[in-house]
Design a protein around this ligand. Structure first.
Ligand code: GLN
Length: 225
């Protein structure tokens, strides 16, 4: 099994590495651009996206991260990681913050409000249902979570969430997108690494095997010209 990189600048990278370990996969901490060359896929954890962006800039990681995405290598962003991958981000204090981009969507940072508005909710994820008819419900942990407001034509919506009506949205329910996939890119607004349920990690590993092979065969094809 190829090594899975986990961006280890800030946030819940240890929890991702522990979840991978439970699946007998080695997660490698990534802090420098050259370390990206040693891994076939990458997880960008949740945390605080402005801080993570400042650290990524300090370590000159953005060009290498963008190249990694462009090469078609599998990347999964959770929460702040989703914000990093989005082509466009709106919401609190997003101005000036660098993003990796590549995921054709608009993400709204801190969509549900401040820290005290963090919550857990059961979401339906048909892609997680096992062939044997296992459950498709996943308990999502949303911590100052973003939400995806719109997606481009190549993006597959894996899960949405119906925001209950409350005094802030003046009594109207609203559906937002909380998990998507676009070819080699996976993004979740919640934190699977903070639960004991490893189905999202298994999903990413399977996706990484499929899309990673495509990425390396296209590199070979380019090299053969
Ligand atoms: N709201 C946070 C941000 O903007 C992300 C929250 C998280 O990753 N749990 O970075």
């Amino acid at each position: 099994m190829a090594l899975v990189g986990v961006l280890a600048l800030q946030g819940s990278f240890n929890e991702h590495i522990a979840a991978l370990r439970r699946l007998e996969v080695k997660g490698v901490e990534i802090r420098k651009p050259e370390q990206l060359e040693t891994v076939a896929s990458l997880i960008i954890p949740g945390g605080e996206s402005t801080t993570m962006a400042k650290l990524a800039e300090y370590h000159n990681l953005f060009p290498a991260l963008r190249e990694f995405v462009k090469m078609g290598k599998p990347v999964w962003g959770t929460c702040a990681g989703l914000i990093f991958l989005a082509n466009k981000a709106t919401g609190q204090k997003i101005g000036g913050q660098e993003l990796i981009g590549g995921l054709d969507c608009t993400v709204h940072r801190n969509f549900f409000g401040s820290q005290i508005r963090s919550f857990e909710a059961e979401i339906a994820v048909p892609e997680l249902a096992s062939k044997e008819g296992g459950p498709e419900v996943f308990r999502g942990v949303f911590i100052r979570a973003p939400a995806i407001l719109d997606v481009g034509p190549e993006v597959q919506v894996l899960a949405d969430y119906l925001v209950p009506s409350n005094e802030e949205n003046t009594g109207s329910e609203k559906k937002v997108i909380v998990a998507v996939r676009q070819r080699n890119l996976l993004a979740t607004a919640f934190h699977p690494e903070l639960t004991a349920d490893t189905r999202w990690h298994s999903y990413f590993l399977k996706m990484a095997t499929e899309t990673g092979e495509e990425a390396s065969s296209s590199i070979v094809a380019v090299g053969a010209d």
